[in-house]
Design a protein around this ligand. Structure first.
Ligand code: DMJ
Length: 460
């Protein structure tokens, strides 16, 4: 008996050394917060001043030839949500004292919009410090140069110093996911030019939809011609739809609501493939509605969150369960999967948040305990396969679980925030009172009053 107790203790201690937590079955918000702090401390020790931490070797790397400080800017809102006030204040001071965006580098318009502009605007929400707003505005003005195309759809790259642009082929997400951050910038500054630019890009896509109501995959920003007519909801299209819905929810612009309603009706008419046990959204041709590919990307797993917010709980729950099945099939989600062939088409898992985000929305909106339990599975698997002695690492192949020494910034911004909220940390930040941008930076709805929205965003 005593031998068995000792053995159990040894197994538990080994597991704890490996996973760094004592709550394997039911992790708590406090566990998530502790792991966030551990990873953040590693970023500070090994990568401070740089975009990202290398979570296995302990070095750092930058997206471009100069750092844009993306990890701290992205991590900030999670610090606020978790009540990590001293860490948050340190990031604020750093942004004010040391970060400038007058850099001679071409940046990806889409990626910096959701992470840097979204992150800075969120920092202003919490601090109301005019120096932070000045940084956000400066960044927004530099980003705005990308929108000077004949269609109003931004170029793929923009040079932060010179305003030069390049890259006329963009996918739908890169073309039309700006109306949310640009609207908030207009609201905070009182200058409607940002919202106009962001909305013009979304309208440019919407007005080029097919007679079926579907948009394609890639578009030319100069000519407005579709370069790829496949239509779906996952990686490369996802946040265009997400922002029609969420921007309407924040700004109450009726045109956005019409665009969302038209889009979701067409999507649900042509794209889903449903059986008794599964619901997948594959690829169809935007002109004919014909099914052209049975592949999904792990980004698709954001869709239950929007469906649920839109009141379509049947599809939202079925889709989340389908994705949960896929997660359990591999112990983590593959980046791409063919549901007819039952094969992995992209084996990587980059610590992405979407399936956790949807579990969190569904838990909040239905109250069903099974969504929190899903979260326990996701969290425990991430601890098991992605945790490193310093932080967490992406996985290059979910079948082998090989770690690849990368830690995307959205791990700080999204993945850990959604776990924390799903496990009950800080219920005052919730999906009813806040609207989260696609990088999980939460904006308080009550701060945006209808009269001021109309005036400051120039909504007619
Ligand atoms: C995030 O950068 C954003 O959510 C984006 O819209 C797509 N997904 C990644 C994380 O997976």
């Amino acid at each position: 008996m005593r031998y068995l107790t000792l053995l159990a203790l040894l197994v538990a201690t080994r597991a704890e050394a490996q996973y760094g937590t004592t709550t394997h079955g039911h992790p708590t918000a406090a566990d998530v917060r502790r792991e966030f702090v551990r990873s953040w401390d590693a970023y500070k020790k090994y990568a401070w001043g740089h975009d990202v931490l290398l979570p296995i070797t302990g070095g750092s790397s930058d997206w471009y030839k100069e750092s844009l400080h993306i990890s701290p800017i992205d991590a900030y809102s999670t610090m606020r949500v978790m009540g990590l006030d001293s860490q948050a204040r340190e990031v604020e001071r750093y942004i004010i004292d040391s970060v400038r965006f007058d850099k001679d580098i071409y940046v990806k318009t889409f990626e910096v919009n959701i992470r840097i502009l979204g992150g800075l605007l969120n920092m202003y929400q919490w601090t109301r410090d005019p120096r932070i707003l000045a940084r956000a505005r400066d960044f927004g003005d530099r980003e705005l140069k990308a929108f000077a195309s004949p269609t109003g759809i931004p170029y793929y790259w923009v040079n932060l110093r010179t305003g030069a642009v390049k890259g006329e082929r963009v996918n739908v997400a890169e073309a039309g996911s700006y109306v949310f951050e640009m609207g908030i910038l207009s609201y905070y500054t009182g200058d409607p030019k940002y919202y106009r630019a962001g909305k013009k890009a979304s309208v440019a896509l919407f007005s080029r939809r097919s007679p079926l109501g579907l948009v394609g995959y890639d578009i030319n920003v100069n000519t407005g011609a579709w370069l790829d007519t496949r239509s779906f909801i996952g990686a490369c299209e996802d946040s265009y739809f997400e922002y029609l819905f969420k921007s309407w929810r924040l700004f109450h612009d009726p045109e956005l609501k019409t665009m969302w309603d038209t889009s979701i009706a067409a999507i649900n008419r042509y794209i889903p493939e449903e059986s008794d046990t599964s619901l997948w959204y594959g690829y169809v041709d935007m002109r004919t509605g014909a099914k052209v590919r049975s592949e999904v990307t792990l980004y698709d797993a954001f869709f239950p969150s929007i469906l649920a917010m839109d009141g379509d709980l049947h599809r939202a729950e079925k889709l989340e369960h389908t994705w949960y099945w896929l997660w359990n099939h591999y112990g983590l989600e593959p980046g791409g999967y063919d549901y007819h062939a039952d094969t992995v088409t992209d084996p990587g898992y980059d610590l992405n948040p979407e399936i956790i985000e949807s579990a969190y929305y569904l838990y909040t909106l239905t109250g069903k305990e099974r969504y929190r339990e899903m979260g326990y599975t996701f969290y425990n698997d991430i601890l098991r396969y992605c945790r490193t002695p310093l932080a967490f690492s992406s996985i290059s192949d979910v079948r082998t679980k090989r770690q690849n020494n990368e830690l995307p910034t959205f791990f700080f911004a999204e993945t850990m925030k959604y776990f924390y909220l799903l496990f009950g940390g800080n219920p005052s930040v919730n999906v009813r009172d806040y609207v989260f941008n696609t990088e999980a930076h939460p904006f308080r709805r009550a701060d945006f009053t209808p009269e001021e929205i109309h005036k400051r965003l120039g909504i007619q």
